[in-house]
Ligand binder design. Structure first.
Ligand code: GLP
Length: 243
């Protein structure tokens, strides 16, 4: 596992962007896995800047997002489709048809999960960008007795609902369920780029790097069995976690 410590969030975002730009420049039809939340926002800004400066071309890129809230359609400002379009896809030259995000308004979520798996099974994600929840969740794979391998419907934990309430007008508006890529699909990616900053993520990163345990109760710890993981953290985390 490669660990990169950056001075601050800006440096982290630049570093993450460099890794993605390098891949897309080497393989124009790269398949990228994207995450949402506050963590990758700076990364997307850096990628937009690189695109505007002609340093990267996303016209042949395909993408898969990790997850989507059930009950929100793409026009809802807190949906992940809205987030990705507004913060990234609409500002680069990716073909929107090649950007896949589970449909949170699907009438049959089980079929939606199966269809997403079907799409994923035909591709290999070159780089999967990951953030991490305060409780160690990845995508929306929440801590539990077991984790599910394929795309599935996950009931969000109280910790996640509280953490994500900042993106909604009221905490009551946060959906209780989401569709998430499963652990097997995440682990199948050629490379995983995990980004984490700030004190809220100390527990998850410390568990990943130092617990010597792999536990479904801290899903991020599963990354210890992946052969190509780069973890980018800021100094706030690095100061508190043995590296
Ligand atoms: C959400 C997303 C995750 C994300 C996590 C952390 O629950 N489903 O993919 O990694 O939040 O978000 P943030 O980056 O805002 O801390």
């Amino acid at each position: 596992m490669e660990i990169i410590v950056c001075k601050n969030y800006e440096e982290m975002s630049k570093k993450g962007a460099e890794i993605i730009i390098e891949k897309v420049n080497e393989k124009r039809n790269a398949v990228l896995g994207f995450a949402t939340g506050a963590t990758p926002l700076g990364l997307y800004k850096e990628l937009i800047k690189a695109y505007e400066e002609g340093r990267v071309d996303f016209s042949q890129t395909e993408s898969f997002n990790l997850d989507e809230y059930i009950g929100l359609d793409g026009s809802h400002e807190a949906s992940y489709r809205y987030y990705m379009d507004n913060n990234f896809f609409d500002k680069i030259n990716i073909n929107k048809k090649n950007t896949h995000i589970p449909d949170g308004k699907s009438l049959n979520v089980d079929i939606e999960c199966r269809n997403y798996d079907e799409l994923l099974s035909k591709k290999t994600i070159d780089i999967q960008v990951l953030g991490v929840g305060k409780n160690g969740h990845i995508g929306f794979n929440e801590p539990g007795e077991y984790l599910i391998s394929n795309t599935n419907v996950e009931e969000l934990s109280e910790s996640t609902i509280n953490a994500n309430a900042r993106f909604f007008d009221n905490i009551e508006d946060v959906p209780n369920f989401a569709i998430t890529m499963g652990i097997a699909s995440i682990m199948k990616a050629e490379k995983i780029l995990l980004m984490a900053n700030g004190s809220d993520k100390i527990y998850a990163i410390d568990y990943l790097l130092n617990s010597k345990k792999i536990s479904t109760k801290v899903p991020v710890s599963l990354l210890n069995v992946h052969k190509n993981v780069t973890v980018i953290i800021d100094e706030i985390i690095a100061d508190k976690v043995k590296i």
